[in-house]
Design a protein around this ligand. Structure first.
Ligand code: ATP
Ligand code: ZN
Length: 284
């Protein structure tokens, strides 16, 4: 028994999807000139597909799981379950108008022609805000539509905003924040469900590890109390005596988000020789 998982064949999500599965300890050849491949050390078969088709394949049971942008899942409206956000492929679906447009607020979109590849999400957004505008669906190069007179505004995926800028557009409203997600079919057989749960367990431990750092430092014993209070650790920090009297080595795990603030406070408390190392897996 294997779990069939669909990932993007080429494009923005391909590399990170492969890396995530590899970091989960799953070995397979990546899909150069291949439609599918079987992992050598985990019951997984990887299908390489266009991202737009992945929700459909998972709904139909051709694959039991998939990695795809949340934006695609929501636009395609397929009957699939979102199991886990994956922390990569971050972008936003945003409305943009010409840089010279005297845009004041959402009501300025009334009556405009909006070009997009996301008609479902854009219609829902306009309806929610009671704006009547015309949606013009195009499948690619949406950002050039205003420049060639095809539309007055666009709604497209943005990460840095440089594509909008290069096309003389300005971002005026976020419609959706998105990142890659792991999806699965709604009713998997028991063996596939068991494999999916194993995969999810590994993905969660990789995500946690990516989000945390292992930290080691030397602390004068008379400041240990303060230093330990700054370092929650998984349970509590490890404290080991150094060969030099009056000093200890303290080991702990720190969340990336609080990281620099904690380092500054540790230094202020007299910590020395601070080492920070990446964590490969983190199981709690
Ligand atoms: P395919 O050939 O598989 O259909 P595509 O051209 O539709 O590929 P990509 O441009 O590779 O798709 O984007 C895949 C996903 O990457 C998007 O659906 C989105 O979730 C995510 N993404 C992250 N940043 C961006 C961005 N700046 N522009 C577009 N997509 C982005
Ligand atoms: Zn696509």
């Amino acid at each position: 028994m294997v779990l069939k998982i669909a990932i993007q064949k080429a494009g923005r999500l391909h590399e990170e999807s492969v890396r995530l599965l590899r970091d989960c300890g799953i070995d397979f050849n990546n899909g150069v000139n291949k439609l599918r491949t079987e992992a050598t050390n985990f019951p997984l078969e990887v299908y390489f597909l266009r991202d737009d088709d992945i929700p459909q394949y998972v709904e139909d049971g051709v694959a039991e799981a998939g990695i795809v942008g949340e934006n695609v899942v929501l636009e395609r409206q397929r009957e699939v379950l979102v199991q886990e956000k994956l922390g990569f492929g971050r972008c936003r679906l945003s409305l943009a108008v010409s840089r010279t447009h005297p845009y004041q607020g959402l009501s300025d979109l009334s009556g405009l022609k909006i070009a997009t590849s996301y008609p479902v999400l854009v219609s829902a957004f306009l309806e929610k805000h009671q704006i009547r505008a015309e949606i013009h669906e195009i499948s690619g190069s949406v950002e050039i539509a205003p420049g060639i007179g095809l539309a007055d505004a666009i709604c497209d995926l943005v990460s840095s905003g440089s594509t909008l800028f290069m096309n003389g557009l300005k971002e005026v409203q976020t419609v959706l924040e998105s990142e890659a997600v792991l999806i699965s079919g709604k009713s998997l057989g028991a063996p596939q469900e068991a494999i999916l749960q194993k995969l999810l367990f590994r993905i969660k431990s990789v995500k946690r590890a990516r989000h945390n750092k292992y930290i080691l430092l030397n602390a004068p014993n008379d400041r240990l109390g303060q230093i330990i209070a700054l370092l929650p650790g998984m349970k509590s920090p490890t404290v080991l005596p150094l060969a030099e009297k009056g000093w200890s080595s303290v080991h702990s795990v720190v969340d990336e988000d609080d990281f620099w603030g904690i380092i500054e406070n540790l230094k202020a408390c007299g910590a020395q020789g601070i080492l920070v190392v990446p964590i490969e897996k983190m199981i709690i």
